[in-house]
Ligand binder design. Structure first.
Ligand code: ZN
Length: 47
Protein backbone atom coordinates (compact mmCIF):
# COMPACT_ATOMS: atom_id res chain seq x y z
CA UNK A 1 0.00 0.00 0.00
CA UNK A 2 1.06 3.53 -0.72
CA UNK A 3 0.08 6.55 1.32
CA UNK A 4 -1.61 9.47 -0.30
CA UNK A 5 0.77 12.28 0.73
CA UNK A 6 -1.98 14.87 0.77
CA UNK A 7 -4.66 13.30 2.95
CA UNK A 8 -2.57 10.39 4.36
CA UNK A 9 -5.07 7.82 3.23
CA UNK A 10 -3.90 4.37 2.15
CA UNK A 11 -4.01 3.91 -1.61
CA UNK A 12 -3.60 0.69 -3.55
CA UNK A 13 -0.90 1.59 -6.04
CA UNK A 14 -1.95 -1.19 -8.40
CA UNK A 15 -5.45 0.20 -8.65
CA UNK A 16 -5.01 3.91 -8.27
CA UNK A 17 -5.72 5.95 -11.36
CA UNK A 18 -4.24 9.00 -9.71
CA UNK A 19 -0.49 8.95 -9.93
CA UNK A 20 2.13 11.63 -10.09
CA UNK A 21 5.86 11.47 -10.52
CA UNK A 22 8.05 13.89 -8.69
CA UNK A 23 11.86 13.82 -8.62
CA UNK A 24 11.89 10.25 -9.88
CA UNK A 25 9.44 8.90 -7.31
CA UNK A 26 5.85 7.87 -7.83
CA UNK A 27 3.10 9.17 -5.61
CA UNK A 28 -0.43 7.85 -5.48
CA UNK A 29 -3.62 9.61 -4.58
CA UNK A 30 -7.15 8.72 -3.59
CA UNK A 31 -8.68 11.30 -5.89
CA UNK A 32 -8.03 13.77 -8.66
CA UNK A 33 -8.40 16.49 -6.07
CA UNK A 34 -5.49 15.25 -3.98
CA UNK A 35 -3.38 14.76 -7.07
CA UNK A 36 -3.94 18.34 -8.17
CA UNK A 37 -3.24 19.61 -4.70
CA UNK A 38 0.08 17.76 -4.72
CA UNK A 39 1.06 18.95 -8.18
CA UNK A 40 0.42 22.56 -7.25
CA UNK A 41 2.93 22.38 -4.44
CA UNK A 42 4.81 19.05 -4.24
CA UNK A 43 7.47 20.40 -1.88
CA UNK A 44 4.87 20.73 0.82
CA UNK A 45 4.03 17.04 0.75
CA UNK A 46 7.32 15.34 -0.05
CA UNK A 47 9.11 14.14 3.04
ZN1 ZN B 1 -6.36 11.86 -0.81
Amino acid sequence: MAIDPVCKMEVDEKRSKFRSEYEGRNYYFCSEECKQEFEEDPEEYVV
